[in-house]
Structure formats: C-alpha cells, structure tokens
Design a protein around this ligand. Structure first.
Ligand code: NSP
Length: 215
C-alpha cells in the first residue's frame, strides 16, 4: 500500500462526513442559500491567496527541482487562476468584498503557512494534499450525483470535476508518495497527521460557511 492509499483510508470517515454535509448536498441540488455561498466564496478567496503562498514556500523548500517547479506552479495556479475565477464569481453572486478571514479560514491558512515554513517539507506537502484531493473527490461526487438541470453553482462544480484539476491532484499525490517512500517511519507518521488535520479543516471550512460562523 502506498503512503497516499494509507492516508486516504485514514480520512475516509471525514470524506464521507463531508459529502453528507448540507453544504455539499445543497450545492449539488442547486438549493444552497446564496448567502452561504457568498460567505464561502469570500472566505475561499482569502484562503486561496494564502494557500498559494504556502505552496510557493513548499516549492522553495523542495529538495528536487522538478518538485520545486511543480509546487511553484501550484502556487501560481492558486493565486492567479483561482482568484481570477473568484473575481467572476464575486460578480455573478453579488459578493462585494472579501472581508476579514473568519475563524475557520484564519486557522486553516495559518496551519498551512506555519507547516510550510517550519515543519519538514514532506510534512508540509502532506498538509496541502487534502486541499487538492478532497476537492477533486467532492467535485467528482457532486458531478456524478447532480440532478438539477439549472444549477447556479454549475461552474464551481465543473472547475473541480475537470481534467486540469485532476492532473494537478495526481501530481500532488505522486510527489507525496515519492517523498514518503524515501523517508523514515516517523516522518511518514507525521505526514499522516498533517494530512488528517488538513482534512478535518476542510470539513470545518464548509461547515462554518453553512453556519456563517464569524468572529
Ligand atoms: C478551503 C479550500 N480548500 C481547497 C481548495 C481547492 N484548491 C479550495 N478552493 N478551498
């Protein structure tokens, strides 16, 4: 079993809890109240900026230059491509400003940035993996189960169910498996812990958007 297969098996209950969340079910049906999606969008815009910074930092710290380049490109993608996407979502969904990072987003981005800066780079790579992998699985799940012919959230769903994103996800998983294969059991366990923490925070991110949790 590869490191990533084992890691995914450990977060399977979290993933199932995520796809059972009202936020995801209502996104899929197109019935999610607009203010919950607006809250999510505004927080996610802040998230993506800091996620991009964390990815660039991991790129700078990666041992292998190909991996460094891949992570720098991930960072560019998060900041440039996804923020541009969010600008158009802001217009389409009537979000006027990003606002402050609310508690869950604040905690999540600071977990990612401190891990990227201070923990071994393998652990940092594992910490950002759920941001790729869970979104891919959730995007595929929603895409496969959607029934509404006119879903206002269709473009969002298509982004994460698309082939471009799938390619990045495969690359991120591949790099984690490669670095895991050449490190110690202790480091693999630390990678697993970081993967679980970020997966929990993915759950919290959607949950707090559904409940509109503010400071
Ligand atoms: C909170 C969060 N996590 C992950 C992704 C996907 N890059 C995202 N847009 N937002």
């Amino acid at each position: 079993m590869t490191w990533s297969e084992h890691a995914w098996a450990t977060i399977e209950p979290i993933y199932h809890a995520i796809i059972a969340m009202p936020f995801i079910a209502e996104l899929q049906e197109g019935t999610l109240p607009i203010e919950k999606f607006q809250f999510y969008m505004a927080q996610d815009s802040g998230y993506l900026e800091h996620f991009g910074r964390a990815l660039a930092l991991i790129g700078a710290r990666a041992q292998d230059t190909d991996d460094a380049l891949t992570f720098m490109r991930f960072g560019e993608g998060a900041i440039v491509v996804e923020n541009a996407l969010h600008e158009s979502y802001f217009r389409d969904f009537g979000v006027t400003e990003r606002g402050v990072l609310e508690p869950t987003c604040h905690h999540y981005v600071h977990f990612l940035k401190s891990t990227a800066a201070l923990d071994p780079v393998e652990v940092a790579m594992a910490a950002v993996l759920p941001c790729f992998w869970i979104y891919k699985e959730v995007g595929d799940h929603i895409y496969a189960h959607q029934r509404a012919s006119k879903n206002p959230y269709r473009r969002w769903i298509d982004t994460y169910a698309g082939e471009d994103f799938a390619t990045s996800v495969r690359q991120a998983i591949g790099i984690c498996d490669k670095v895991a294969a050449s490190t110690t059991d202790e480091m693999r366990a630390r990678m697993g812990e970081a993967f679980i923490t970020a997966s929990r925070l993915e759950y919290q991110f959607w949950d707090s958007a559904y409940r509109l949790v503010r400071w």
